[in-house]
Design a protein around this ligand. Sequence first.
Ligand code: NAG
Ligand code: NAG
Ligand code: NAG
Ligand code: NAG
Length: 396
Amino acid sequence: MAKNIQTMADHWLIKLFLGSLVLVNSQVNGASFVNITLSESAVSKGAVCLDGSPPAYAFDKGFGSGANNWLVFLEGGGWCDTTDDCLIKVKKSPSTSSTKNAPAASFGGILSPEQTINPDFYNWNRVYIRYCDGSSFIGDVEAVDSETNLHYRGSRIFSAVIDELLEKGLKNAQNAILVGNSAGGLATMLHCDRFRALIPNAKRVKCISDSGFFIHGKDLPNASGREQYFARTMALHGVAEFLPTSCTSRMDPSLCFFPEYLVGDIQTPLFLLNSAFDRYQISVTLKPYPADKPGWESCTNHTETCTPGQLQIIKEFRNTFLGTLKEIGDRPSTGLFINSCYIHDYLFSNPRWNSDGSPRLDNKTIAQAIGDWYFERSIVKLIDTQPDRPLDCHLL
Ligand SMILES: *[C@@H]1O[C@H](CO)[C@@H](O)[C@H](O)[C@H]1NC(C)=O
Ligand SMILES: *[C@@H]1O[C@H](CO)[C@@H](O)[C@H](O)[C@H]1NC(C)=O
Ligand SMILES: *[C@@H]1O[C@H](CO)[C@@H](O)[C@H](O)[C@H]1NC(C)=O
Ligand SMILES: *[C@@H]1O[C@H](CO)[C@@H](O)[C@H](O)[C@H]1NC(C)=O
């Protein structure tokens, strides 16, 4: 079912070059902001952010034909793998570790309330759950370190906020989607079947992971770095008991954070949206060990400056990514949109999601591809196998 998309790069480069100014403005002008709700009820269940602040979410109520449909979005924002790393996260990245002073959330892309931008979901109940735990919403450690006051409670945040949403009407949902990007995209896969089970009467429940397919790549540079990073993160956040036994029973549980070992056992239909040249994975998780590191950062900052050897590593990443996907992507219920933009995260940006200059595969924007898959208007397995280097898609 793989599709080879030709001439796409040229087409974009011309179109986007002309169109980008307009897109930037319309996104800024058209942005819709939704205020944050702090979940005080979660706090009484011990569900708190890394720094002890309450979980938070932004909720835009559905209307019309969307009144009983729910889209729940799990924000991303990396992980932290040691006490020191989590302390740094709290200090330097409060937007992914705390809800103190949390600003209103920008609802673009799949969260947009505008029909032209978001034709299938604009009038659904749309919820954006803030990411503040450093564990992809899956840690649960009772003890609080009195010296640092760090809390590892991601799983409780997921459960407590979903409980609150069930009371607000999610329990009567007819259609529902659990979706997330990056670390939230991984969380989506980890929680997908649990979410499904919480709304047994819903007609159609599906999950979408945006840029959450972090590959193991055991023959690629820094494989042991990736393994150890996830293993430390899981140990620090007490993740083990929340992982599916279908994975933990057949391999070292510390590998069960890699989606390739999880998705085969997810029962709920899943959509994987990702670039085969995922910018985050290439620039961060593929970064070779110090010995061969020099120049990696400037290459991944500006891929036109990469040496042939560096481009070869990037191409091997792409081949491994597509190979890994091939093993698990051919279930009929699985939707795929795998393109070649040098991008990480697609879903909350109007220009990336649905615009004249949006990435297209088989002439479908991401919005069309996901809508067609969700409502079963067609089978959607779109994979761009053409370019052998990352494309600059000129998209914000
Ligand atoms: C959102 O918060 C701002 C600032 O506190 C307030 O002025 C505004 O009325 C709020 N909007 C809604 C819809 O509650
Ligand atoms: C290796 O992978 C880890 C985890 O993604 C990352 O933090 C690290 O920067 C990578 N590179 C090196 C040289 O450690
Ligand atoms: C790469 O980009 C980052 C973020 O913009 C910047 O901090 C860093 O200095 C850049 N590094 C190089 C080698 O260009
Ligand atoms: C692609 O889709 C657009 C509208 O979505 C349409 O105008 C255009 O003709 C289509 N192109 C091809 C080659 O089918």
